[in-house]
Design a protein around this ligand. Structure first.
Ligand SMILES: Nc1nc2c(c(=O)[nH]1)N[C@H]1C(S)=C(S)[C@@H](COP(=O)(O)OP(=O)(O)OC[C@H]3O[C@@H](n4cnc5c(=O)[nH]c(N)nc54)[C@H](O)[C@@H]3O)O[C@H]1N2
Ligand SMILES: Nc1nc2c(c(=O)[nH]1)N[C@H]1C(S)=C(S)[C@@H](COP(=O)(O)OP(=O)(O)OC[C@H]3O[C@@H](n4cnc5c(=O)[nH]c(N)nc54)[C@H](O)[C@@H]3O)O[C@H]1N2
Ligand SMILES: [Mo]
Length: 758
């Protein structure tokens, strides 16, 4: 039997088609692109569903965690990429048992991610038995028995890993962590470990909460908004409406990014016909073409200008902060030479921008993966916070700190307990309210999970959504680790590479998507989610599920627990009752987390409710000193030397993380290709490379070298010495040990590479 499956995406034979990158985001092309995608799949169902996105009693858009306008979910807001996410879930194609009997995992592994995803929704629970080449249908009962039996046989609960991807609802996530802790492990790695973990670590230390401090309404009250390391036109398109509205209220916008991303140039509001006809509104007033990872030094430079201009907010600093004197000394002793060297931006330019910035009375700083996925990300984010503290821009209208979250409920999952390093108080609360004895040792994060699975055979990997094999760094090492497991279980909607890179036994458990009706013995159920700004609200699907055999995520978690309860003796939890009526789950969440007071009542109100946020609401900082902390860290950056480049791995316009909707990156002018490397044309000249030449890329990390072959070179407006590739294709090049200090996030945006022409 051939179980040799390739964890890597196949090569592409043809070069991509290249055109000029676009200057305007959304508008008619955006709307048409979303309709085209919907049409290809299932137009009626998609159009019906688009009318339900982000509406009261509708479902939460699975596209991103950007909030809805605060007149709360009455306005029809969706975007091109939200529409694609919905159409992708509503596809009429089905990956049914016949499909799985036709395709061996070996054959499937030769297909592209785009092809795998386009096979449609998984309709039945499937099992891949040891040594077999094909998945076969399995009854739900048998599937749960297999899982319970395998878990029962583990010597140590810490040999079991419960991974979570951030699309999961609060209800399912709470039960998932409860299952793990009731059973006896804190092994709860999640996609956040690869995403905003650096923000959480930095902000917890600096301001006492791992979340941002702005509400959407603050955007219209701000004088200045800085958008750093983020591509909203593609990844948070509804944010462009907020930016464009803020501009109309007089705010200025500065973008800081190695690329001039299209959404940041001009924007046309897809829901406003008049906007669509015009030329589009300019978004950025200023753009800083920073070299990769130059941000920390740039912000030190801005702080230097603020200090030199004497425009600190002295009252705020005195009343609400700690560590100012030390930071001031550090700012004064940091030389311009170092700032310029690490940022790659000239002193004059930093002073010019710093002078504009120091005038702002209310500044919001937004960031995403361009800031969080580097070795010094935690330090960089703390430098951004220092800068905001200098101006007193926390806990004031129109100002604040705004990490823009990715997955639509990644913030909520963390709030309700998906955390490999749970707080003592949360564990105590679980123990007090549920009678369980949760373990107190930390669990593994995503990097830790790979190391655990690599070092020990016979572990178990259970996955609530997501695509761990492709999303994680070091694809070959990660895949080997997954194959070392005795059991892998994927709770999924669509096929992905993690279904092919399996443990000895593998199960696929197909679940309902966001758009679908969830009916239990107790009647229709809804779930809830938390957006990037701390609003918790309901999400209810109304469409018919693609197959009668699907179960909800909640039902799947409870069924695993019920089967396990037959084998091991643990404090009783009425899992069946919880799976029938989600109000009971919310009651439990409320008991364990007092911030969810009156959860069931408030989540039924239009727009939901804000979770308390002490820094934002009252300038209360739950840090050791009780004040917001200036953190004094030495500036650093990754440098690209001579023949080496610094590579960032980014998303195209046609993908949702590892889900590839299509092969185009419309705004950047790329069609029909993903295996490309964006390069500065001067660097290309130096290396005698022409457009669409093929190169091999080798990453260098201490003594380790990893080579990935055959990438098409694309000339692009990117700083010299920097290159960019798309993930997940390039994850093979990111060494497992290359992580951010303190947050352990893979350094997906800072990889040292060399490039060889073929
Ligand atoms: N359509 C769509 N929407 C999505 C997703 C998706 O894949 N598709 N993914 C979701 C998820 S989980 C997340 S986390 C978010 C991700 O949203 P983004 O963070 O916008 O996603 P990336 O493509 O990783 O883009 C990183 C941006 O940072 C810039 N950058 C890279 N390195 C640096 C640097 O050192 N400094 C600065 N200043 N900039 C840098 C890149 O040029 C790029 O513009 O989007 C969410 N929304
Ligand atoms: N090199 C590199 N690597 C990265 C990044 C990067 O920028 N560069 N970004 C990182 C980031 S920010 C993130 S968040 C991670 C993402 O990591 P993951 O969250 O693990 O990956 P996704 O691609 O979002 O997962 C897609 C799969 O989720 C399943 N799915 C979709 N909807 C549902 C649902 O409603 N329920 C369930 N149960 N399953 C569902 C489908 O089967 C689909 O194939 O990747 C990280 N990896
Ligand atoms: Mo993310």
């Amino acid at each position: 039997m051939e179980k040799q499956v390739s964890p890597l995406t196949p090569f592409e034979n043809k070069p991509p088609k290249l055109s000029k990158s676009k200057s305007v985001a959304a508008g008619i092309p955006g709307v048409l692109a979303s309709l085209k995608h919907s049409y290809k799949n299932n137009i009626l169902s998609s159009v019906y569903n688009l009318s339900k996105i982000n509406r009261f009693r509708g479902f939460d858009c699975p596209g991103c965690a950007w909030p809805d306008p605060d007149d709360h979910r009455s306005r029809f807001e969706f975007c091109e990429n939200g529409a694609k996410a919905v159409a992708d879930e509503r596809t009429s194609k089905k990956a049914n048992p016949k499909f799985f009997s036709n395709w061996s995992i070996h054959e499937l592994s030769k297909k592209s991610d785009h092809w795998l995803n386009s096979q449609g929704r998984i309709t039945n629970p499937m099992v891949l038995k040891p040594g077999e080449s094909h998945y076969q249908p399995v009854s739900w009962d048998d599937a749960f028995k297999i899982i319970a039996n395998e878990i029962y046989q583990l010597e140590n609960p810490d040999d079991c890993i419960f991974y979570t991807s951030g699309r999961t609802s609060n209800e399912a996530a709470f039960l998932w962590q409860l299952l793990a802790r009731w059973y006896g492990t804190n092994n709860l790695p999640d996609c956040s470990n690869m995403c905003h973990e650096s923000s959480g670590v930095a902000l917890n230390e600096s301001i006492g909460i791992g979340k941002g401090t702005v509400k959407l309404e603050d955007f219209n009250k701000s004088e200045l908004i800085m958008v750093i390391g983020q591509n909203p036109g593609t990844n948070h398109p509804r944010m462009l409406s907020a930016l464009s509205e803020a501009k109309k209220f007089g705010s200025s916008i500065i973008s800081i990014n190695p690329l001039m991303e299209t959404g940041m140039i001009k924007f046309k509001h897809p829901q406003k016909p008049l906007d669509i006809i015009g030329n589009g509104q300019n978004i950025s007033d200023e753009h800083v073409s920073i070299k990769i990872n130059g941000d920390m030094a740039l912000f030190r430079g801005f702080s230097k200008v603020i200090v030199d201009n004497n425009s600190q907010n002295v009252d705020f600093i005195k009343n609400f902060t700690n560590g100012y004197e030390e930071f001031l000394d550090l700012v004064n002793s940091t030389t311009w030479e170092d700032i310029v060297k690490h940022s790659g931006i000239s002193k004059d330019e930093i002073i010019r921008l710093g002078n504009i910035i120091s005038k702002s009375k209310s500044t919001i700083v937004c960031w995403a993966m361009g800031i969080t996925q580097h070795k010094n990300s935690v330090d960089t984010i703390q430098e951004i916070v220092n800068f905001q503290l200098l101006g007193g821009h926390v806990g004031r209208d129109g100002a604040g700190i705004c990490p823009v979250r990715g997955h639509s409920n990644v913030q909520g999952d963390r709030t309700v307990g998906i955390n490999h390093k749970p707080s003592k108080s949360f564990l105590e609360s679980l123990s007090k309210n549920l009678g369980i004895v949760p373990p107190t040792n930390n669990g593994v994060d995503t990097v830790g999970a790979v190391k655990l699975m690599s070092s020990k055979s016979n572990t178990i990997f259970l996955s609530m959504g997501g695509n761990f094999a492709s999303a994680m760094s070091d694809t070959l090492v990660t895949s080997k680790a997954l194959s070392n497991c005795k059991l892998s279980v994927m709770i999924s909607t669509k096929i992905n590479r993690s279904h092919l890179i399996t443990g000895n036994t593998s199960l696929i458990l197909p679940c309902l998507g966001r758009t679908e009706k969830d009916v239990t013995a107790y009647g229709n159920q809804f779930v809830s989610v938390e957006n990037s700004m701390g609003v918790v609200h309901s999400s209810e699907g109304h469409s018919k599920p693609p197959s009668k055999s699907l179960k909800s995520e909640v039902d799947i978690v409870c069924s695993i627990a019920i089967e396990l309860e037959k084998l091991i003796s643990k404090p009783p939890i009425n899992w069946l009752k919880l799976s029938h009526n989600y109000d009971y789950i919310r009651n439990l969440i409320e008991k364990c987390l007092p911030d969810f007071k009156n959860y069931n009542k408030r989540v039924r109100e239009k727009g939901g409710f804000y979770l308390p946020n002490p820094p934002r609401d009252n300038r209360i900082f739950n840090t050791k000193s009780g004040k917001a902390e200036f953190k004094s860290n030495a500036i650093s950056s990754i440098m690209s030397y001579e023949d080496k480049f610094t590579m960032m791995t980014i998303r195209s316009h046609d993908q949702y993380n590892t889900t590839i909707y299509g092969l185009n990156d419309r705004y950047r002018g790329i069609s029909n290709g993903r295996r490309i490397i964006f390069m500065n044309s001067n660097d290309m000249k130096k290396m005698n490379l022409e457009k669409n030449d093929l190169v091999n890329i080798t990453s260098h990390y201490f003594n380790r070298k990893i080579t990935a072959n055959k990438w098409f070179v694309v000339p692009y407006d990117i700083p010299q010495g920097n290159v960019a590739t798309y993930f997940p294709e390039s994850n093979v090049l990111i060494p497992l040990d290359s992580v951010a200090d303190r947050s352990n996030t893979p350094t997906s945006k800072s990889i040292t590479v060399s490039i060889d022409s073929i």
